[in-house]
Structures are given as structure tokens and as C-alpha cells.
Design a protein around this ligand. Sequence first.
Ligand code: BGC
Length: 762
Amino acid sequence: MDDLSSLVAQMTLEEKAALCTGASAWTTTAVERLGIPAMLLSDGPHGVRRVPDVHALAAPSLPATCFPTAAALAATWDPQLLYTMGEALAAEARALGVDVLLGPGVNIKRSPLGGRNFEYFSEDPYLAGVLASSLIQGIQSQGVGTSLKHYAVNNQEHERLRINAVVDERTLREIYLPAFERAVKEARPWTVMCAYNKVNGIYCSENARLLTQILKGEWGFDGVVVSDWGAVHDRVRALEAGLDLEMPGPKPHRTQAVVDAVRSGALDEAVLDEAVRRILAAVERAAATPKETETFDVDAHHALARRVAAAGMVLLKNDGILPLQKGQCLAVIGRAAREPHFQGGGSSHINPTRVDIPLDELARLAGEGDLTYREGYPADDSFQQELIDEAVAAAAEADVALIFAALPASKESEGYDRTDLDLTRQQVALIQAVSAVQPRTVVVLNSGSAIDMQAWIDGVAAVVQAWLMGQAGGGAIADVLYGVVNPSGRLAETFPMRLEDTPAFLHFPGENGEVRYGEGLYVGYRYYDARQIPVLFPFGHGLSYTTFEYSHARPSSPTFREVDGVDVLVEITNTGQRAGAEVVQVYVRPHQARLARPPKELKGFAKVELAPGETRTVTIHLDERAFAYFDPAYGRWVAEGGQYDLLIGASSADIRAQVTVTLEATRPLPSRLDMESTVQEWLADPIGRPLFEPMYQQMVAQLGAALGGEDTASIGMDMTAFILDMPLVSILGFQEAMLPAPAEEIVVDLLRRVQEANAGAG
Ligand code: BGC
């Protein structure tokens, strides 16, 4: 018996049941008799929200660095930087006595309206998974745990505690689970937090398929499944489904319910023991890391937060006005220049150690140039024409007008979604009026997700998407505007033209307690590509103050086996005058597939720093999964043999090079032909086709003879197309008079031979 098992064996039933529910808002239950300490969990995800009173859920927290939110982190496309930030987060957690940080969140941005989109990475599961995995590894490398959340299919805030997300199996596997899957397999988070909502009718907290079969079984998750705060409904059912730790606590009635269930035989004690073991393993790991022994380096972390924020800023548009020149006179307009909007609402809200004021940071870099400030819009975002008039007057006299636009502070929050993509009426009018008198107008945007810019984008010279950028974002904005940092952020989410264009528009946020994921796989750029819908700024987009050239794109080999994968190589040259970083993106486009597939999908990327004139060869590996789709009929990932284009680009809409490779499938699928299979399916099936083809030729000939050319035309149909979609048994039934045996017998015999071949192949 290992140490943990012997510890479990020493615990009473009551102690075990109590361990599986929290002792307070933020702590697990200690068992003093056995020297088992409590473990402290705190939000997350982009800072440590350590509430001093562990019984208070929403009390003010201790000061900690507010790093940029996940939306900004994702736009860095820089896993290494996120690893570094993870190390800093962990240092703060240790200093503040926190064992597990409740994050990151990897839910997919299904709609830009999602209230917590700022807390999530991307509309793309591959990008979200790679970035989250690196952040987790950074945090956990310092002995602090993480909680990968919210598992799963929690893509809206509307009715989040009860909504039933109805999603088909393939979409679940290809869009909503892969970021969790990658992070679990690569980074092994200490805990995974289940979501509040239901998935296909079952609460995530009681969802044995999600928690036990997929997470713990298929992906080998060996940590603790923790509930989102208050997500448990039936404690015993949740335990049975694989939910180890319920938070928050205490909840004596829950503990009693577990005790009673074991005593009555309704719950197998082994299930409880397994949950206890997992929790004890985490508690043991947590106890091994010293806490509250050192403080953290506030200045260094603020500087890191500035570096990360700058790396995530996306230069959406620039007619050449940026970077600003020292000595230019600036009219700085907008309250957000004085009162920066740098984080969203809800459990992720951090009490920052300090806050950079954009206006002050600009003044530091402006040199001799005058800076005038105008408020532009009031704190309550009501319409006030005089504020616009004042701003216009200042803008007309300046060399450049710099407008800081921001969504109202409470618009992006946990607990509710946005209802539109709009800036406020006042801010739209402000941008229009200022840019009408000052063509050299730059807009800096603080929002955690896309906003509609159609009313003013054409009139302004440049736009910087600065996100909810964390406490040091003010300095980062100044760095980017003045070219101290060459922008290298790229959109991790599409900015659509209009809300009506978005993939989930007709299915969001649902009704009668249910939301149907009717757009299926077609989320984000997958949808805009497939429908050929123009967007404001595409996924992957972002400008630089330099230019890059792509050349000599080539695969490591033109053909490859799916088990080996393939490398794609491309040379990138910085053809401009400044050092800068390019994000090289690789999208895979299948030539054909058995199931419908999105036109292209991101499957690899690399961020490369280049001095002016420098060239580097970038190598990106694409593994089997990069080519695979999940086939629900087989219940597995399938990388089909055939040709694929590898599209290498600077965004999803700016493909600079393309190569074609051929995948050789080494693990053929067993045939799934049955009595209902159509003629088409028989012809497409590698095992069935050779068995059936001679009969098919005969069948077509006989049909042709029976009907004759004239008659075929007279009933107005293409006979071959007509029979392709009919079950073989049915079409044979029509021809039975000409057959040596009844149709059923013929098909049964064919199927027997298929089964023999299947067995031989297996
Ligand atoms: C949120 C989680 C958070 C937890 C604890 C919940 O309401 O959904 O993200 O970690 O509260 O604050």
C-alpha cells in the first residue's frame, strides 16, 4: 500500500466525506488528527485574488499584480512569454499563501457577446490549448497548482447556472474539448474545474461521461476535479460521476449525504476513496511548497505585466501615422486615458499593486510635444455634446488626436453577456466628430472582445486594440504608440462587421433553458471562411511597423505517414527598417474528406523575432491530430489518407505561401457497412468496394437495359445518381426478379465477407 492509500485507510468515513467538500469559501477541510492541512484556492486567472477572510466570497482582496486578461494574452501568440508570466503568478500566489490559482479558462469564444470572453483565450481550440498549456506549466513549475476551467461547453453567461448546452459529439470533440485535452495532457493541471451548465441534459458536475470517461479515462487526468463555486446539485451523484471536491463549503448536509449513501450501500466506498486520494495528493503537493515566506517583486512583476500587455496589443489599422514622433503635439481624448479600463468584472477582479495612467506614460515619451487632455465622455457614459465640442476644438489644434475609447466598465463581466457589439453613443459620436476635423486621429480601444467599428473606422488613421490590458497597460500603450515596442500582437478572435454576421447569431443565448450549438464546427473563422462572409479584421490579423516576406515554403517530405506527422519550413525575412516579430501561422486544408470539414484550420504557429534585414527559417511540426477529424461513427480521431494543403500566412485571410502534402494512412478504419448502407457507401468503403463493384457494374447495366436510353430520359432522371443514395438492399429489391437470390440474402452474404476482411485487417 502506498502512503496515500494508507492515509485513506486511516480516515473515518466522516473524515473522508468532509474532505470532499470545502471548509470555507476558499479552503479545503483539514484533518488535524492525521496532520492533513487545508489547501487554499484563490481566483485567478490573470492575478491572485487572495481574500484575507477565507469565509468571505466577494470581499476585497490583497494587492497583487493585475496581469493582462486572457484575451490580451492570447493575442501575444507567445507561449514562452505566458510561461514566464505563469512563474510570476506563482511567486505571488506563494507570497500570498495560495496553493491553487483558479485558472486559466479555456472556453471557446463562440460569440463575441460572451460576458467572460475577456477571461478566455480564443475562438480557436488549438491556439487556446497551446497557450493555456504553457501558462499552466509556468505556474506549476513553481509548485503552485492551477484549475483549468470551466469544463465544459460554458460559452455564455446567460443562465450559466442552469443552461443546457446542446452540442453534437463531433463539435464537442473538435471545438469545445481540445483546449482542455491539450492542457490536461501536456501540462497536467493539479485541478480541473467543472462548469455550472448542463451539457446535453446533464449538469457538468454530474456528468460521468465528461468527468470520468473522457477527462480521467481517455485523457488520463490524475488530479482533482473541483466544482465551480456552487455547481453541485446532488453531492452523491456528483461523486459517482467523478467530481472529487465540492466548493465552497462548509456544507454539513452534503457530507452527511455522502456518509449516509455509503452506509446504505447506495454509494460504493471505493468511489469516495478515489476522490479522497486525489484530494490528498494535491494537498500533499501544496504542502511541499513553502508559502508566505517571501514577498514578491512588485516592480519586476509590474514591468513584466507591461511587457506582456505590449506584446498582446494589436495594431489593427495604420495608414503610416504610427509610430508617433517625439515632439508632436497630441490631443489626448477620452476618460480611459486618465482612468484606464484594464480588467473585467467578476471573480477575476484583481486589486492591483499600482496602475499605469496612459496619459502620464505618454507624457514620459512625448519629448517636447504638448499634450492636452479632454475627457470626451463622462463617467456614466451619458450623451454630452459639450464634451465632444471641447475635444473637437483640442483635436483641431493638435498634430495628432489620440482617442482612448473603452467599453463601459461593467459591460464585460462574469454573470451576464453583452447584448450588442456597440461602443457607447457618446464615444461613437466623439470619434466621428474628432476624425472629421483631424484626419490624423488614432483610436486606442479598451475592450475584452470585438466591437463594431463600422460607423467610424474609415475616418480614422490608425486603431490599436489594447484589450483589458492589466495594470501596466497604460505604459504598454505608450510603448506601442511611440514605437518603443514594435507591435506584434495578432487577433486570437475574428472581429466581425456586424453582430448579425456572427456564427451563433441565430442560436445565442438560447431559450427555455437550452442553447443549441446549431452552427456546429463552424465557429469563428471556420464559419466566416465557409460562408465567405467579409469581416472587419480576420483571425490572426495584426500589423507591424516593419514588413515581412515569406519565401521557400516546403514540407520536410511531400508524403508522410500520419503517425510521423510532417514539418513545414518557411523562410521569413524582415524587409523593413525596424526590428520586429512575425507570427507565422499554418492552416491545414484537406482536399477531400468523408465528413464535411471547415475550409481550413489553424494547426501550428511560431513567433519569430527578426532584426532589419534578417532571415530565419521557421520550422513548424504538424502531428497526426493536425490532420484529423473526430468521427462519431467510429468514436475516434481519423486522419484520412490523401492530399492536404498547408497554408502559411500572416493571418487567416493573408496566406503568403502554400504547399501540398500527401498523408499515407497506416491505420485503416474497419468497415462499418451494414444492412442499411447505401450504394454510395459500398462504393466508398475500401473493404466493401472490391467485393461489391462487380455486382454494381452488372446492376447499372441491367438497369440501363431494363429502362433503355429513351425511357431513362422520359422519367427525367439520372439513374446512377438516383441509386447512389439508396440502401443497396432496397435497390436490389427492385431488381429481385433478375437476381439469383433474395436481396437480403445477397447483402447478408456480402456483409459476411466484409466482416471476414475486417477481422483479417484487425
Ligand atoms: C466562477 C469561477 C471562479 C469561482 C470562484 C465562479 O463563480 O465561475 O471562475 O473561479 O466562482 O470565485
